[in-house]
Design a protein around this ligand. Structure first.
Ligand code: SAH
Length: 214
């Protein structure tokens, strides 16, 4: 768990890179500057950790590209104390970004091996989101309602349960689409069953799958 000056220097460059691509939220940029992303990848890939690229994390999954993490987080307009549900824990990196921004994070992962590995890693890094092994299509009914919900896998359509589990005034950010690329959508819940829907361009995510996997 080593974080050197070289890593810190590479992170500063990464932050300038994603700033130049249009990310403006200083809290998001500060979180990315702080979190040692190289520790979320296998140690043999340290040189890739601070390029603005997605990367395989095992179990056929990927850690999202830093720009995409920043973009989704910015759309979510995270405020200190927000109760945030993330679908697709993956490496845990996005959950740590949300924690650095002061959110209380609940995150669900359907892949058991990944869930176990990430739980151990985050404990070692002393980040403590509430992590759940389960099917994100169902949300977390025992812990609703949430201020914000963030889906980090491609949903074929907007999952109903996640809309329901939002507080009035809450926001859901989700990449939606059945093909190779998805449209980034933000839903703002005005009141029960009334949502404003906005689109924010095209992205590419691994698919959101049904049910749990070993
Ligand atoms: N947020 C992650 C990147 C996630 S990649 C990070 O910061 O690293 C998408 C993740 O969603 C994968 O780990 C995949 O296993 C998970 N996933 C896919 N379908 C899911 C579902 N129905 N419920 C929960 N997790 C799901």
């Amino acid at each position: 768990m080593i974080d050197t000056y070289r890593h810190k220097g590479l992170r500063k460059k990464l932050v300038e890179d994603i700033r130049s691509k249009g990310i403006r939220d200083e809290d998001v940029l500060a979180a990315i500057e702080k979190i040692p992303r190289h520790l979320f990848l296998d140690s043999s890939f340290v040189e890739f950790a601070y390029q603005d690229k997605p990367f395989p994390i095992g179990s056929g999954q990927t850690i999202s590209q830093p720009y995409t993490v920043a973009f989704q987080t910015e759309l979510l307009e995270v405020k200190k104390g927000d109760k945030v549900l993330e679908i697709g824990t993956g490496s845990g990196y996005q959950a740590c970004v949300l924690i650095e921004m002061g959110a209380r994070v609940f995150s669900v992962e359907r892949h058991h091996a990944l869930f176990v590995r990430t739980k151990e890693l985050l404990a070692r890094l002393q980040y403590s989101p509430r992590l759940f092994y389960g099917d994100g299509y169902k949300g977390l009914p025992a812990f609703e309602p949430f201020d914000k919900v963030l889906v980090t896998a491609a949903a074929p359509t907007i999952p109903e349960a996640l809309k329901q589990q939002l507080k009035p005034g809450g926001m859901l950010v989700v990449p939606v689409g059945k093909g190779q690329t998805q449209t980034m959508k933000r839903l703002t819940k005005k009141e029960e069953d009334i949502f404003i829907e906005e689109d924010f361009g095209y992205f590419r995510f691994v698919p959101m799958l049904h049910d749990k996997a070993r």
